[in-house]
Write a protein that binds this ligand. Sequence first.
Ligand code: C5P
Length: 278
Amino acid sequence: MSARELTLAAPAKANLFLEVLRRRPDGFHDLVSVFAALPLADRLEIAPEEEALVLVCDDPEVPVDGRNLVLRAAALLREEAGIRAGARFRLHKRIPIGGGLGGGSSDAAAALRLGCRLWGLPEEADTLSRLAARLGSDVPFFLHGGICLCEGRGEIVTPLADAKAPALALALPPWGVSTPAAYAALAGRPLGGRPVGPFLRALSSGDPEAVAREAFNRFEEAVFDLEPRERTLHEALVRAGARPRMSGSGSSIWMPKRFVDARVREAAAGIRLEGADD
Ligand code: C5P
């Protein structure tokens, strides 16, 4: 097998629409969300190893032990297949951690696919989706990519074939937001009032103006209260005309690229801005 087949781009995602419906008895939340895969991506490579599962990463902030979803994905796949072969993963990290961009989940989905290729297992959609859902709520989406409607706790994925998302720019703050803390901060706040229909119609039109108008993220107010720097950045981008929305539980904020101008760049001064120039 060629090195090329044993390397995958693991893209980031943005939540273009994210409504949280309710907290469930199992502690997770039911949601309705539109996920879009982005050009920003990690790169994951796999190589044979006798029996061990090993991960090396170029970002020292990333844990390379059993906490990492790459190793958990490989272990789960191996257990499912009943095999003992090992693997050595090399992860080139480009997606910020704690940014609401799904980097760890995307790496996990890539690890499932690469494990199948290295070990000669079928990339069978139902099995991979089931394993992905066990690894995390966002992982099944990354088996599809593109633009998808995600429901349940995120694992019920419907590709949206006719969706036309505008090119997006991303503001990537240096601070992260903890996803469990963001969900906890929703307690006592109103949930579930925003239907997804108008957003889906905007997405089939592909008009950035309509997409920006109908985009929604239930986490924004709660996360702005948790992390005042997030509110300050969001407000500055709004004032500059960027039409910004937070992705997931933050901290990343997306905006249609066409709204990025000198004022928006000034509002985001000191913050990494991705996808605004290409
Ligand atoms: O599924 P995942 O491991 O990504 O979830 C991380 C945490 O986020 C969960 O432990 C839970 O606190 C919260 N979560 C949730 N509802 C979801 C997804 C995640 O409450 N749909």
